[in-house]
Design a protein around this ligand. Structure first.
Ligand code: T6T
Length: 333
């Protein structure tokens, strides 16, 4: 698996403790007990990972990377994920850490504003905060944010779409998830911005789906009626892609309207093989988990941290599917 140059350099140096300049290193919490990580020395080797949602291949792959790295570095990592990609459910998990937080919290905030207060509370009790995948609007909370370059991913998706469509004029629908999800918002924007460089394609707008495949399917059904020149759909994540494929299937439009999806879950890869998707933009979640742990440990051990790290993305089509199998997400470690 590859990481972008900056990331590789940063990660390697951080784990080797060779960097000299700290860039946004963590601050000790206000109400934690002194400078002990997590406010409790018994927890000094404990890391907690709170993904966006449970039992989902993207976050499972991230967890696999994070667990392996934590073990390698002599830390214990526990994972607790909300049942749904939902800020209230994720808040309950974070709040339950109470006065006994881990030394570091690695979290994918499900809402870029609503998760601020609960995460800040954990930080104020002494834990270092590392954002993995999504992030808060407030950049002062985390010591580091590790994610794909999502704007770049949206751009790559639009370029892939333009190649697939060719010269044909037409409209392209963008399916986003939930307002306040930093990653998918950046993908949708990156896609729309790049579309302007392809004059035969115009945006049919961004639709929110609440990260529910059923909603994505019905948005596609409606768009096929309201937008007769629909030539493509950009699904900004796994659930939107799954729903879009259902909508196209129900209308007999598979392969007639190009579907470019984000992520590379087993079901999406299967869909690509079957011709339901024409392309996927795969992230590298395991690397996000690995580097997230590296950053958390660096912060705990007083070593330099990197404020922003980006992982590489890969555009995959049916033709180069086998050559890219290393980027497929896992269902278990
Ligand atoms: O696309 C990933 C993740 O990057 C995003 O923040 C939320 O959706 C996924 O988990 C896929 O479902």
């Amino acid at each position: 698996m590859k990481f972008s140059k900056t990331v590789l350099a940063a990660g390697t140096l951080a784990s080797a403790a060779m960097l000299v300049a700290a860039c946004g290193s963590g601050q000790v919490g206000q109400s934690g007990s002194g400078d002990k990580p997590g406010g409790n020395s018994a927890n000094s080797k404990k890391l907690a990972l709170v993904p966006g949602v449970q039992a989902e291949p993207f976050y499972i792959s991230m967890q696999c990377g994070a667990e392996a790295e934590a073990k390698k570095l002599g830390y214990e990592l526990t994972t607790q994920a909300p049942q749904k990609f939902d800020a209230a459910m994720q808040t309950s998990i974070v709040n339950a850490m109470g006065s006994n937080p881990p030394a570091a919290l690695l979290i994918a905030p499900t809402d870029d504003q609503a998760m601020l207060a609960p995460i800040e509370q954990v930080k104020n009790r002494g834990a270092k905060i590392v954002e993995v995948d999504t992030s808060l609007k407030d950049k002062s909370v985390a010591v580091s944010s590790v994610s794909s370059d999502n704007a770049e991913g949206g751009k790559l998706a639009a370029q892939t779409m333009a190649k697939l469509v060719g010269d044909k004029p037409g409209s392209v629908l963008i399916l986003d998830t939930i307002a306040g999800t930093s990653t998918t918002a950046a993908r949708a924007k990156g896609f729309e911005d790049e579309l302007k460089n392809h004059p035969n394609l115009k945006s049919a707008g961004i639709q929110f789906t609440q990260n529910e495949p059923e909603q994505a399917a019905s948005k596609v059904t409606a768009a096929l009626v309201s937008t007769p020149d629909l030539v493509g759909i950009f699904a900004t994540n796994l659930n939107t892609g799954e729903g879009a494929a259902t909508g196209l299937r129900n209308a007999g439009k598979i392969g007639k309207v190009n579907l470019v999806g984000f992520d590379a879950s087993p079901s999406e890869v299967d869909g690509l093989k079957k011709g339901e998707y024409q392309a996927l933009i795969a992230q590298d979640p395991a690397q996000i988990g690995t580097k997230g742990v590296d950053q958390a440990v660096a912060a705990l051990e007083g070593k330099p941290t990197e404020r922003n790290l980006t992982a590489q993305l890969h555009s995959i089509t049916k033709d180069d599917l086998d050559a890219n199998s290393q980027y497929f997400y896992k269902q278990s470690c």
